[in-house]
Design a protein around this ligand. Structure first.
Ligand SMILES: Nc1ncnc2c1ncn2[C@@H]1O[C@H](COP(=O)(O)OP(=O)(O)OP(=O)(O)O)[C@@H](O)[C@H]1O
Length: 262
């Protein structure tokens, strides 16, 4: 049953620059509550930049700037009175390369984000939270007997599921995933994809992927990004994944999803 707390994310008229270089032009996208939205498109068209704008990581880069707005459940993520840590707590991120703290225990890895975001939990609550998050990330059964082992001792796929568990511990409303399987073998990839589909009842998900089969397997909707001949990136077409793959409206989408370029 989908959670009643699910919320959507609305990007409106987003443009982005690195110094003078404009990399996104007027991108608007509604990422619906309780769905997986996949961002697809060739390398360099601005998918990761767009994703980083959705949790205010873009502004960490000194030369970076942006225009437009991002609304989480209708509220401006960039409002002056909204704290950065609060925005990042609500919109979590899982990166391409699994990045657990390698010498920290599996248990402490799951809880690592709590301190950073100023959340406190009692011992019992922590135990419950660790079990809950590892279960949701599909890792509990594999690690329940070695919670004190270091995170770095897990396989790559397990480490990525540990990173998902760590993101879930701070109860985000939205989870962003930037090519979360690109460093993993096919079996681990399928396991993460299964986890993504299980999580979407609780958290809205936005995923960047280069893998068209993966986009078709995990996403409800897709947005196809393109930056043509030195112009900034934009969305050519977006819609239900089935329709984007079987009846794309734009020839460029058809060419991309059918592997004719990119
Ligand atoms: N830190 C940065 N400083 C300067 N330019 C950057 C930076 N990060 C990205 N860019 C530029 O912004 C543009 C968009 O890059 P971005 O990584 O968002 O694309 P992408 O679609 O995610 O690519 P890929 O699929 O290869 O990850 C590219 O021209 C890239 O060179």
């Amino acid at each position: 049953m989908p959670s009643p707390d699910l919320v959507g994310l609305d990007a409106r008229h987003i443009s982005a620059w690195f110094g003078e270089h404009k990399v996104l032009q007027d991108v608007s996208l509604h990422m619906r509550a309780g769905e997986v939205t996949a961002l697809i498109g060739p390398s360099g068209c601005g998918k990761s930049t767009f994703l980083r704008i959705l949790n205010r990581m873009h502004e960490l880069i000194p030369s970076a700037s942006l225009a437009g707005e991002v609304l989480l459940a209708g509220e401006d993520l960039y409002a002056r009175d909204r704290r950065l840590t609060e925005a990042r707590r609500q919109v979590g991120m899982v990166f391409q390369k699994p990045n657990p703290f390698p010498t920290m225990s599996i248990y402490d890895n799951v809880l690592a984000g709590l301190k950073l975001t100023g959340l406190k939990a009692s011992r019992d609550t922590k135990d419950d939270l660790v079990e809950e998050c590892l279960s949701k990330a599909g890792l509990w059964k594999e690690v329940r007997d070695r919670l004190r082992s270091p995170g770095g001792a897990l396989s790559g796929g397990q480490q990525q599921r540990l990173c998902i568990a760590r993101s879930l511990a701070i109860k985000p409303k939205v989870l962003l995933m930037d090519e979360p399987c690109s460093a993993l073998d096919p079996t681990s990839t399928r396991r993460i994809e299964q986890t993504i589909r299980e999580l979407v009842d609780e958290v809205t998900i936005v995923i960047v992927t280069h893998n068209m089969q993966q986009a078709a397997r995990v996403s409800d909707r897709c947005a196809f990004f393109l930056a043509e001949a030195g112009t900034p990136g934009g969305i050519v077409e977006h819609g239900l994944t089935d329709a984007m793959f079987s009846r794309p409206q734009d020839q460029r989408t058809s060419d991309y999803v059918n592997g004719r370029f990119g």
